[in-house]
Design a protein around this ligand. Structure first.
Ligand code: ZN
Length: 428
């Protein structure tokens, strides 16, 4: 056994005693038929709801207030319960936590787009189920977690935390990128020679791919098996650059700290829902997550805050019957305000998707609204009159004369100190 493998397994066993048991279960259930998966979900959903009713003051009251019977007899019964927002998870935090005792639990912290911080305790079973879902995804791509890898992260870690992070990385055979200057990225190319996978924020992997393509760098990465993008939307033009630079697409892992791994992309390019761990619903284009494995902090019909489209296709070349997410379309943000009407921030997705697929125009963009009836469109690429005209025409289809558009080219709006946002509203 290699040293890296021994270190990884010892650490995993210590931190997550339930990890490999859950992994074995997921490897077995990945070949279950859809009907069997649904039956399993119903059984786990019922268990979760009855547990929440008994042990969480918030859910006990929430069920009563909405006349909801937690002893559900079908998955559809859940629809009678109104969704829960992130604000509720923050404000009612104490009452949502259950009074159950756990041998082991982990403290988690996650920040929202509006700067609110959500904290919660994650019990060991939940943590292990989540990690096992990632490992199952890796297994589809023949990746072993202890293999040499590169992690694209950053987000301003303080010096004190850096040492701890570096030690943890060493245990996981991981080389982490802390900043994204072209110089750092060039140094990284050396590391790529021994890496078997790379993962991290999709916009950062995209930036590296662009650099490789622009500088016409000859890459040597003979061992690479997987490039995984997380945490941010993967735009079609990201994939084009990544394919050109690395000879393969970026695969997608979709999830959130409080929701767990919601879906993982298979070798056939489809994002399969982790049905064993989460129940996914889509209402009015928004995804709702029920976490089937969380007992310390139950998450039920939670508005994760993304626009998601489920695939209508029922079959996948990989053979799995787990339903697929066709696309994560972006964050649910505030509305865009016209003089007369309001528009969902999803409109921006349609505008730039059309420009890409119909006109072949690749724009990195961020839109900012300071006042009703006007919208500033920041574009990273340099000015062209064709680009400007087509952006105006495309916005015109949705906004007509209700929103005045001003376009500014050659803008650097990605600070790499936080996730890239496609829309910022400063209207109260
Ligand atoms: Zn598949």
């Amino acid at each position: 056994m290699s040293l890296a493998k021994s270190i990884y397994l010892a650490g995993a066993k210590r931190r997550n005693p339930g990890l490999y048991g859950w992994y074995d279960f997921l490897k077995e259930s990945e070949s279950w038929e859809l009907q069997r998966l649904r039956e399993y979900q119903l059984q786990e959903l019922k268990r979760l709801l009855l547990m929440a009713d008994k042990h969480s003051v918030f859910y006990k009251n929430y069920f009563r207030k909405h006349g909801f019977d937690p002893a559900v007899t079908s998955l559809e019964d859940l629809k009678q319960l109104p969704p829960v927002s992130k604000t509720e998870l923050i404000l009612k935090n104490d009452q949502i936590h259950t009074d159950l005792k756990f041998d082991k639990r982990f403290f988690c912290e996650t920040s929202g787009s509006s700067g609110q911080v959500l904290t919660f305790w994650r019990d060991e079973r939940w943590d292990s189920a989540n990690r096992a879902a990632i490992l199952r995804g890796y297994s589809w791509h023949n990746v072993l977690p202890w293999e040499s890898n590169i992690y694209f992260w950053g987000y301003n870690i303080e010096a004190g935390k850096q040492l701890r992070t570096r030690i943890l990385d060493m245990f996981q055979n991981r080389y982490r990128i802390f900043d994204y200057s072209p110089k750092t990225l060039t140094r990284l190319l050396q590391k790529l020679k021994s890496a078997t996978y790379m993962h991290g924020y999709s916009s950062v992997i995209y930036e590296l791919a662009k650099l490789v393509n622009e500088e016409e760098i000859e890459l040597e990465m003979p061992l690479i098996k997987m490039i995984k993008g997380t945490s941010e939307k993967i735009y079609p033009h990201y994939q084009e650059e990544v394919q050109n630079a690395f000879g393969r697409r970026m695969i997608s892992e979709y999830g959130a700290a409080e929701a767990s791994i919601v879906a993982f992309e298979c070798t056939a390019g489809n994002m399969h829902v982790t049905m064993e761990n989460v129940l996914v619903e889509v209402e009015e284009d928004e995804v709702l997550i029920t976490n089937l494995v969380a007992s310390s902090f139950p998450i039920i019909r939670y508005k994760l805050g993304d626009y998601v489209k489920l695939s209508e296709s029922r079959t996948c070349a990989c053979g799995m019957e787990h339903p697929m997410i066709e696309e994560v379309r972006g964050r649910v943000g505030k509305n865009i305000h016209g003089y007369e009407h309001k528009y969902p921030s999803l409109t921006l997705y349609y505008v730039f998707k059309n420009l890409f697929f119909e006109q072949g125009l690749k724009f990195n963009y961020q839109c900012v609204q300071e006042n009703k009836g006007s919208l500033t469109v920041l574009i990273k690429e340099p000015f062209t009159s064709r680009g400007e005209n087509l952006i105006r025409a495309e916005f015109g289809k949705y906004f007509r004369n209700d929103v005045a558009i001003s376009i500014i080219f050659s803008q650097d709006f990605h600070s790499y100190t936080e996730k890239l946002k496609d829309f910022i509203s400063r209207i109260e």
